[in-house]
Design a protein around this ligand. Structure first.
Ligand code: SAH
Length: 466
C-alpha cells in the first residue's frame, strides 16, 4: 500500500473531519509497509500515484489519518473514505451503502423509502467520495395517463390503479476511483436494495430497481480527467418519463429522453415551507381580491411554483432558460390540476427581472433558486454581484408584506456572506426585511461536520416590511 505523507502542519483540517488532500499539501509518497517514526525500509524510494488507486494518508510525523482514493491528475489528490485500513471491495460498498440507507430510515429522519424518493448516498458526506445515488419512487407517466384521469393525481389513486410503486436510480460517479469501480458499486447497490431489510419496522427490502441511469455529467468529472457520461446502465427507464410524489404532489421526471429533466430532491422541504406563503392571508395580499401572485424564478420543472399553486396561489409565473424544463412545468401543472394558474416563461432571469421591474410588475411571493453562480472560491466576487442583482430586483418588485424566498446552492458562498448579500440588496432597495426562516438542506443530503463543502444549500425566507 502506498503512503501519502503530508507536509508539516497540513493534517489539522483532516483531523477535524475534512476528507480532502490537495496536491500542494503533499510532501512525498512512499511505497510499501509503514516504516514507523524512524524511517524504515518502507520509507525508501518515492513513487508515483496512479489514478483511482487506494493509499494511506499520514501526517509529517507519520500519524495515520485514513485511507483514501487518489488521483494524481486532480488538485484534490486524495479523498479519504475511511479512518481505518478498509479495502475497497464489493463488501465495503455494500456496508457503506447499507449504512447510508439506514441513516435515512432512522427515527427522526422521517423517510419512508417505500413511498418517497430520496438521495441514498451523498458522496463524501456518506463516506463514499464522489459517489451520488438518487432513488426515485413512482410509476411510468404513460401507464398512469392511460388508467387515471382524475386531477390532481394522488399517490393513492396511482397505487390503486397500478399497484405498488417501482423505483429507478440515478447514479453519478464523479471521481476516478469510483468510476473505475462502477461494476462493484452497481452490484453492491443492487444486492443491498434487494436483500436488506434495513431498520425500517418490518424490515421489507426496498426491492430491485427497475432501472439504473448514469448521470455523470457534473463538471468535476473533467477535473478528474473523466468524460461526461450519461445513459442507462441497468434495466430500463420508462419512455415518456416517470411520476414521483413529493409532499404528496405529483412531479414528472425523465432521466434519459431527448427532453430529459431530473428532479432536485434537496429543495423538497423548502418548497413546502415556501408554499405556506402562497396561501390566502399572505400579508401583502390581504384585501387583494386578485389573490396571491407568485414568481418562481429559475423554476426548472416548477418544484416551488407547483407547490405554491397547490397551496392556493392565484397565479404563478415560472421563469427558466430551459425549454425542456418548462415543458415539464406544463406536464407537472396538469398532473396537479393547476394548469390554469401556471404560466411558464422561457427567458433569462436577469433580463426578465430587469424588464418586469421596469414595467412595475408586483408580486406577493418571489422565489429565487438560481444555479450555483460560484462554483469555486475564486469565482465568488463575480457571483455575489449576480446574487445581489436578482435579490435587489426581487425585493423591489415585492409588495409591502410580500415574501422573498432566496436560495443559493453554491458551497463557495457561506451563510454569513449570503446573509450579508441580502442585507446589502435590501439596503440598496431602501426596504426593511424581516427574516422569517433560514433553512438548509434535508437529511438525505447530509452535511458532514468538518467538511463545510457539504453544507451547501441556503434558503432564506424574508418578509418585506416596506
Ligand atoms: N427551482 C428549481 C431548481 C432550479 S435549478 C426546482 O425547485 O427544481 C436552476 C435552474 O436555473 C435550471 O433549470 C436552469 O435551466 C436555470 N437557469 C440557469 N441560468 C439561468 C438564467 N440566467 N436564466 C434563466 N434560467 C436559468
Amino acid at each position: 500500500m502506498k503512503r501519502i505523507i503530508l507536509k508539516h502542519g497540513e493534517e489539522g483540517r483532516i483531523r477535524t473531519g475534512h476528507p480532502w488532500v490537495y496536491d500542494n499539501e503533499l510532501a512525498k509518497i512512499l511505497d510499501g509497509f509503514a516504516g514507523g517514526k524512524n524511517s524504515g525500509p518502507g520509507d525508501s524510494p518515492s513513487v508515483d500515484l496512479l489514478p483511482g488507486e487506494v493509499a494511506d494518508v499520514e501526517s509529517s510525523r507519520k500519524e495515520y489519518l485514513g485511507r483514501a482514493l487518489v488521483n494524481p491528475n486532480s488538485k484534490i489528490i486524495a479523498r479519504i473514505y475511511s479512518p481505518s485500513k478498509e479495502g475497497l471491495d464489493k463488501g465495503f460498498f455494500k456496508r457503506r451503502i447499507r449504512e447510508a440507507v439506514n441513516r435515512r430510515t432512522l427515527a427522526g429522519s422521517n423517510f419512508d423509502l417505500h413511498r418517497e424518493s430520496a438521495r441514498l448516498v451523498f458522496a463524501e458526506a456518506d463516506f463514499l467520495p464522489g459517489l451520488i445515488i438518487d432513488r426515485f419512487v413512482g410509476w411510468p407517466l404513460k401507464e398512469l395517463e392511460s388508467v387515471v384521469s382524475l386531477r390532481p393525481l394522488t399517490f393513492d389513486l396511482a397505487e390503486a390503479a397500478l399497484g405498488p410503486p417501482r423505483s429507478w436510480i440515478a447514479v453519478q460517479f464523479l471521481v476516478y476511483g469510483m468510476d473505475s469501480r462502477r461494476e462493484e458499486i452497481l452490484a453492491a447497490l443492487e444486492e443491498v436494495l434487494e436483500q436488506d431489510g434495513f431498520i425500517i419496522p418490518g424490515g421489507i427490502p426496498l426491492g430491485k430497481p427497475a432501472g439504473i441511469v448514469e448521470k455523470s455529467a457534473a463538471k468535476v468529472r473533467e477535473l478528474e480527467g473523466l468524460p461526461l457520461q450519461e445513459g442507462l446502465v441497468r434495466g430500463d427507464f420508462p419512455a415518456g418519463g416517470m411520476v414521483i410524489f413529493e409532499n404528496g404532489l405529483p412531479f414528472m421526471l425523465n432521466l434519459i429522453d431527448g427532453q430529459k429533466t431530473g428532479h432536485f430532491l434537496d429543495q423538497r422541504d423548502n418548497r413546502l415551507r415556501a408554499a405556506a406563503f402562497a396561501a390566502a392571508g399572505n400579508g401583502s395580499a390581504s384585501g387583494n381580491s386578485g389573490g396571491v401572485r407568485v414568481l418562481d424564478a429559475f423554476s426548472y420543472t416548477g418544484g416551488f411554483g407547483i407547490h405554491a399553486a397547490r397551496a392556493g396561489a392565484a397565479s404563478v409565473t415560472c421563469v427558466d432558460a430551459s425549454a425542456p424544463a418548462l415543458e415539464t412545468v406544463r406536464i407537472n401543472a396538469a398532473l396537479n390540476g393547476v394548469g390554469d394558474r401556471i404560466t411558464p416563461v422561457e427567458a433569462d432571469v436577469f433580463e426578465y427581472l430587469r424588464t418586469a421591474e421596469r414595467q412595475k410588475e408586483q408580486f406577493d411571493l418571489i422565489i429565487l433558486d438560481p444555479p450555483a453562480f460560484a462554483k469555486t472560491r475564486s469565482a465568488l466576487e463575480g457571483a455575489l454581484r449576480g446574487y445581489k442583482e436578482i435579490n435587489l430586483r426581487a425585493i423591489n418588485m415585492l409588495k409591502p408584506g410580500g415574501v422573498l424566498v432566496s436560495c443559493s446552492c453554491s458551497h463557495a458562498l457561506d451563510e454569513i456572506r449570503f446573509r450579508y448579500m441580502i442585507t446589502e440588496a435590501a439596503a440598496d432597495a431602501g426596504k426593511r426585511l424581516i427574516m422569517l426562516d433560514f433553512r438548509r438542506q434535508p437529511m438525505d443530503h447530509p452535511a458532514l461536520v468538518g467538511y463545510e463543502e457539504s453544507l451547501y444549500l441556503k434558503c432564506g425566507i424574508y418578509r418585506v416590511v416596506g
